[in-house]
Design a protein around this ligand. Structure first.
Ligand code: F6P
Length: 553
C-alpha cells in the first residue's frame, strides 16, 4: 500500500481553504442555519448506540471534504489490509489482528500461511474450561479449598483493559474478588496481599513479553509470599498462571505449561484484552458474558469493514479528530463517561491512542511537519464538572470532548439517573452554545427556559460570567452498559485510533519510545544498588541519586 503524506493530498489543501472560511462560525449559527443538524449528523447503530456528532464545528461541506481526505488516503484499503493479516506493523514485522480474537463468524485468517483461528479457538476453549472450574468452585487450592480471589499482575495493556472492563461490567460479576497489581511500587502488591489468603487465591501473571520488569518483580514477590505459606513448589501449579505470547519465558519463571494461556505477537499489548490477557474478565463475569463482549466487538468490526465512508462511525470520529488536531490546532481530546462503572474508560484509551499515535516520524522514515496523536484525558461525569470543566467553559483552549452515557442504569435510583442525563445534556449544550447570545434563542421552542440561561448584560460581573461556547462535543448514548455494548464501544474507539494513525501516515502499532526509559531505569538501578559504583550520570541525575542514597547510609 502506498504511503501518502496527508498534507500533500488535494483534500488537505481544500480543507485548509475551507477551514479559513468557516473557522469562526459559531455552533449557535450552525444550528440556527440548519435546524436539522441532529438528523443529518447522527447515526443510530444496531439499535444499541446513538452517536450524535452534530455539535461539532463542521458543515456538510466540512464532513464531505474530511471524508474525501479519508478516500484519498485509501482508508478502506487500509482496513482491508489489516483484516487480511498483512504485516502492517512494519517495524516489528507483525500483523495487527485483534479482530481475529473476536471473529465470531470464524472466517479463516492467515498469518504466515497458517489459519490462526485454530489457535484462537483452542485458547478460548481452554479459558472456558478453566474459568468454569474456578467459578464453580471445582478448582481447588493446595489445601483443598475453592478459589475466592484472583490477582492479575500486569501493566499497560496487560492491566488497563482487563481492569477497565471488569469495572465497567461490575453488574455482571460473580462472587470472585478480582484484584489488579501493576505498579512496581511495593505498595500496590502489599495492599493486595493484606486482603487475600494464599489458600484461596490464584495469580494471573499477564505479560505479552514476560520480561516487563514491573510485572516480573511483582510476580516474583507474590511467589515468595505464596511459598512462605505453602512451602511446597508443586503447589504453584494450583495457584500461578501465565497469560503471555512468550511461552519459554513463562516456563523459565516456573509456570506449568498447562497453566499458560497463550496469545500471539499479532496481538498488540494495548489491544489484548480480547485475548487470554483478558482471562481476569472471564473469571469476573463468566465465559458466556465474555462471548457477548466479543460479539459486540465483532459487530463493530463488520460495521467498520463494510460501511461506506459516510456511514462509518470510526472513520467519521477519526476525521473529525483530525479536523481539530490538524486544522484548529487542538492538542487534547477528552472522553467523559457519564457512568461510574466506566471510571477507567478514559485511562484505557490513553494507552490505546497515545501509545499508538504518539509518533513524529512518518511511514517513510521522515520527520513529520504536522500534529499527530492528541493527548487523551478524562474522568467520569458528573465529577469532571466539579473539577476541570471550568477550563473548558472559560479557558483559552479548544478541547473536543466525547460524552458517553447509558440510557438505562443498572441501579434503580431513577431520580439519580434522570439528573445524570440532565447534566450530560446540559454540559454538551452549554459547551456548544454558551450563555451570551439572545439571538440564538429567539427561535427556540422553550424561549422562557433559554432566556433563563442568558446573562444579564447589566450584571457588573457580566464579563467574568460569560461562557462563549463553541466547544465541540460528540454525544454517545448507549442503551445500557452490557457486555455486548461495551464490546461495541471499545471496538469503535480502537478503529477510530487505527484510522487516525493511517490518516497521519504513521505506524500505530509499535512503541519504540518506551524502550529508552526502561533501559535507563536498569542502569540507574545498578548505580543506586551498588553504592561503590562510579559517578556516571549527568549532574542532576547523579545529584538526585546521591541525595536518595544519603537516606540509606
Ligand atoms: O509500555 C510499553 C509496553 O510494552 C506496553 O505496550 C505493554 O502493554 C506494556 O508495556 C506491558 O508489556 P507486557 O504485556 O509485555 O508485559
Amino acid at each position: 500500500m502506498k504511503y501518502i503524506n496527508p498534507v500533500n493530498t488535494k483534500s488537505w489543501n481544500i480543507l485548509k481553504d475551507h477551514f479559513n472560511k468557516i473557522k469562526n462560525i459559531h455552533l449557535r449559527d450552525l444550528f440556527l442555519l440548519d435546524p436539522n443538524r441532529f438528523k443529518k449528523f447522527s447515526i443510530f447503530l444496531e439499535n444499541e448506540i446513538l452517536v450524535d456528532f452534530s455539535k461539532n464545528r463542521i458543515t456538510e461541506n466540512t464532513l464531505k471534504y474530511l471524508l474525501d481526505l479519508a478516500k484519498e488516503m485509501n482508508v478502506k484499503d487500509a482496513i482491508k489490509l489489516m483484516f487480511s493479516g498483512a504485516k502492517i506493523n512494519k517495524t516489528e514485522d507483525r500483523s495487527v489482528l485483534h479482530i481475529a480474537l473476536r471473529n465470531r463468524r470464524n472466517f479463516p485468517i492467515f498469518v504466515d500461511n497458517k489459519n490462526i483461528m485454530l489457535d484462537v479457538n483452542h485458547v478460548l476453549n481452554k479459558m472456558k474450561d478453566f474459568s468454569d472450574s474456578v467459578i464453580s468452585g471445582q478448582w481447588k487450592g493446595y489445601t483443598g479449598k475453592s478459589i475466592l480471589d484472583v490477582v492479575n499482575i500486569g501493566i499497560g495493556g496487560s492491566d488497563l483493559g482487563p481492569y477497565m472492563v471488569t469495572e465497567a461490567l461490575r453488574p455482571y460479576k460473580n462472587h470472585l474478588n478480582i484484584h489488579f497489581v501493576s505498579n512496581i511500587d511495593g505498595t500496590h502488591l502489599s495492599e493486595v496481599l493484606k486482603k487475600i489468603s494464599p489458600e484461596t487465591t490464584i495469580f494471573l501473571i499477564a505479560s505479552k513479553t514476560f520480561t516487563t520488569d514491573e510485572t516480573i518483580t511483582n510476580a516474583n514477590s507474590a511467589k515468595i509470599w505464596f511459598m512462605r505459606y505453602s512451602k511446597d513448589k508443586s503447589s504453584l501449579d494450583k495457584h500461578f498462571f501465565a497469560l503471555s505470547a512468550h511461552i519459554e519465558n513463562a516456563l523459565n519463571f516456573g509456570i506449568n505449561i498447562k497453566n499458560i494461556f497463550q496469545f500471539w505477537n499479532w496481538v498488540g499489548g494495548r489491544f489484548s484484552l480480547w485475548s487470554s490477557a483478558g482471562l481476569s474478565i472471564i473469571l469476573s463475569i463468566g465465559f458466556n458474558n465474555f462471548e457477548k463482549f466479543l460479539n459486540g466487538a465483532h459487530t463493530i468490526d463488520n460495521h467498520f469493514y463494510n460501511s461506506e465512508y459516510e456511514k462509518n462511525i470510526p472513520i467519521i470520529l477519526a476525521v473529525i479528530s483530525i479536523w481539530y488536531t490538524n486544522f484548529f490546532g487542538s492538542e487534547t481530546e477528552a472522553i467523559f463517561p457519564y457512568d461510574q462503572y466506566m471510571h477507567r474508560f478514559s485511562a484505557y484509551f490513553q494507552q490505546s491512542n497515545m501509545e499508538s499515535n504518539g509518533k513524529s516520524i512518518d511511514k517513510k522514515g521522515q520527520k513529520i511537519c504536522y500534529q499527530t496523536g492528541p493527548i487523551i484525558w478524562g474522568e467520569p461525569g458528573t465529577n469532571g464538572q466539579h473539577a476541570f470543566f471550568q477550563l473548558i467553559h472559560q479557558g483559552t483552549k479548544l478541547i473536543p470532548s466525547d460524552f458517553i452515557v447509558p440510557i438505562l442504569s443498572h441501579n434503580n435510583l431513577r431520580s439519580h439517573h434522570i439528573k445524570l442525563i440532565s447534566n450530560f445534556l446540559a454540559q454538551t449544550k452549554s459547551l456548544a452554545f454558551g450563555n451570551i447570545e439572545k439571538s440564538f434563542f429567539k427561535k427556540s421552542i422553550s424561549i422562557e427556559n433559554n432566556i433563563k440561561c442568558i446573562l444579564n448584560k447589566k450584571d457588573e460581573n457580566f464579563l467574568f460570567k460569560q461562557c462563549i461556547g463553541n466547544q465541540p462535543t460528540n454525544s454517545i448514548l448507549v442503551r445500557k452498559i452490557t457486555p455486548y455494548n461495551l464490546g461495541m464501544l471499545i471496538a469503535l474507539y480502537e478503529h477510530k485510533i487505527f484510522v487516525q494513525g493511517h490518516l497521519l501516515n504513521i505506524f500505530s502499532f509499535d512503541q519504540w519510545g518506551v524502550e529508552l526509559g526502561k533501559k535507563l531505569a536498569k542502569d540507574i538501578y545498578e548505580n543506586i544498588s551498588n553504592l561503590e559504583k562510579y559517578e556516571s550520570f549527568d549532574s542532576s541525575t547523579q545529584g538526585l541519586i546521591n541525595f536518595y542514597r544519603s537516606f540509606y547510609k
